[in-house]
Structure formats: structure tokens, C-alpha cells
Design a protein around this ligand. Structure first.
Ligand code: KIV
Ligand code: NA
Length: 271
């Protein structure tokens, strides 16, 4: 049986071909994505797309562990990275190591992701030097929503672009095996990708990145509360689900479901 991709394999794809990545949160969906993806991210976006939370701030270690375990059960090809939730790593390297080690031990994932720029470089080094592969995440950082005053694309002013470039370079030289670049204008994403030694995985950060990631419920058209510009619906499953449930309701009311083929009689029948 083929071995799963490692974080080193992901790093080695820079300059070779784009890294294909999606989020995943459950076993059955992970099984469907796995053959086509290099990297599956158990993102803290699950707070919004699975739990109906307003943002990623309330997501807990227990939620990330449960969904990390579920994804690991469905994967035999892709590298699996689990997001560190808000509050589990910002205190310092020791707290980050304790929680990252717990994610690794309890899920069997290949590494963790955490948000932050230059201020997180020391923490990323601390983890990677002690055996925990780390994916960085710069640009738009959803866990900063309360401090940054909402979600918007970044890099249009020189000051903003310079700050994000410094952050990306700090993460790029901290030992991280790759980094997500989120919500940045194309020229900035291109400069970061050109200047950083590790693959940049873009979301809302142009095709200049070394790979792409999307939230799976967004790209399948399951989560339709809002659609940012950077989301493409590769399928529209929400209306498919609505129609199926509408049909089910009608058939239950008409007693046409269940039919004879779904019904057990006295004569022995297989389940
Ligand atoms: O939580 C998440 O899904 C993410 C990706 C979209 C990068 O961080
Ligand atoms: Na995330």
C-alpha cells in the first residue's frame, strides 16, 4: 500500500507543481477527497461550516481532536494537518507545544497549522525543532477578526503589504514546512511566493501561490450563507439536498415511501 504524503513531500513540491489542498472534517468526505488531494486541512473553519458559529473564536481543542480523528480514519494518501484553535498557542512556545503534541498524539495527524506572522516565528521554530511540523498562516487571519475589525482582502497600502511580507518571510524562515496565504492581492501573493523558500498555499490569494486550498463545504456549494469572491462553487449541492428532502417529505406524507422493497415481511429477508 502506498504511504501517505509527508510534510517534507509537500515542501518538495515547491517549484515542481501546485499543491492541491482542501479542508475536511469527517470520515466519508475525507475518503472522497483523499485520492485527489496532496494535503487535507482539518480547519477551524469547522466552527462556522459545521457548528453554525459566527466565527472561529469559540472552536475548542476537543472539536479539533474529534474531527482530526474522523479525517484520519478516511485517509490513505494525503498529508493531514490540524488547525490549532484560538487560545491554544498564543501564550507562548510551551503552551503551543503542549497543545500541538496533544493534537498529534490523539489524532495521528502529520502536523499542525497556526495563524500568525513574525510574532509566531519563535513558536514555530520551537515546535519544529521538537518534532512537530508546522504550517503557517499569514495575510487574513480569521482568529484575529475581533482585533482587525472584520474580513477584507489585504495588501493594497504599502504599509499593509510590507507588514504581510515581513510576516511571510519570518514564517518562511522559521522552520514551517509551508504556509497558507489568505486574502491578499495578487502582486503581494506573488512576491511572497517568489521570496519564500516554502510552498505558499493560497485562499483568496491568486494563482501566483504554490498551491490552493478551499473550504470543502464552500466549493461543493453546501455552505451558502455567503460566498466570498475567492470561492468557486465546483458543485451546487445545497439545492440537490433541498430537492431530495422535499421529495422524501412528499413521499412520507403520501405513504409511497417506504415501498415494498424497503419493507420487511414475515418471510425471512436480508437487511
Ligand atoms: O480553517 C480553515 O479552513 C483554514 C483554511 C481555509 C486555510 O484555515
Ligand atoms: Na483555520
Amino acid at each position: 500500500r502506498k504511504k501517505r504524503l509527508t510534510t517534507a513531500d509537500i515542501t518538495a513540491l515547491k517549484g515542481v507543481r501546485p499543491v492541491v489542498s482542501l479542508t475536511a472534517y469527517t470520515t466519508p468526505i475525507a475518503k472522497l477527497l483523499d485520492p485527489h488531494c496532496d494535503l487535507l486541512l482539518v480547519g477551524d473553519s469547522l466552527g462556522m461550516v459545521l457548528y453554525g458559529l459566527p466565527n472561529t473564536i469559540p472552536v475548542t481543542m476537543e472539536m479539533m481532536i474529534a474531527h482530526g480523528q474522523a479525517v484520519m480514519r478516511g485517509v490513505e494518501n494525503a498529508c493531514v494537518i490540524v488547525d490549532m484553535p484560538f487560545g491554544s498557542y498564543q501564550e507562548g512556545p510551551e503552551q503551543a507545544f503542549r497543545n500541538a503534541a496533544r493534537l498529534m498524539k490523539e489524532t495521528g495527524c502529520d502536523g499542525v497549522k497556526l495563524e500568525g506572522g513574525a510574532e509566531m516565528a519563535e513558536t514555530i521554530s520551537f515546535l519544529t525543532l521538537r518534532g512537530i511540523p508546522v504550517m503557517g498562516h499569514v495575510g487574513l487571519m480569521p482568529q484575529q477578526v475581533n482585533a482587525s475589525g472584520g474580513y477584507r482582502s489585504l495588501g493594497r497600502t504599502t504599509a499593509e503589504a510590507e507588514k504581510i511580507k515581513r510576516d511571510a518571510l519570518a514564517v518562511g524562515h522559521s522552520g514551517a514546512f509551508s504556509m497558507v496565504v489568505e486574502g491578499t492581492i495578487e502582486p503581494l501573493a506573488r512576491e511572497i511566493s517568489d521570496d519564500c523558500p516554502i510552498p505558499t498555499i493560497g485562499i483568496g490569494a491568486s494563482p501566483a501561490c504554490d498551491g490552493q486550498v478551499l473550504v470543502v463545504d464552500d466549493m461543493l456549494g453546501v455552505f451558502t450563507d455567503f460566498k466570498p469572491r475567492f470561492v468557486k462553487h465546483f458543485a451546487s449541492l445545497a439545492p440537490v439536498i433541498s430537492r431530495a428532502v422535499e421529495d422524501y417529505a412528499a413521499e412520507v406524507k403520501a405513504r409511497s415511501f417506504p415501498g415494498p422493497e424497503h419493507t420487511f415481511q414475515m418471510k425471512k429477508q436480508p437487511l
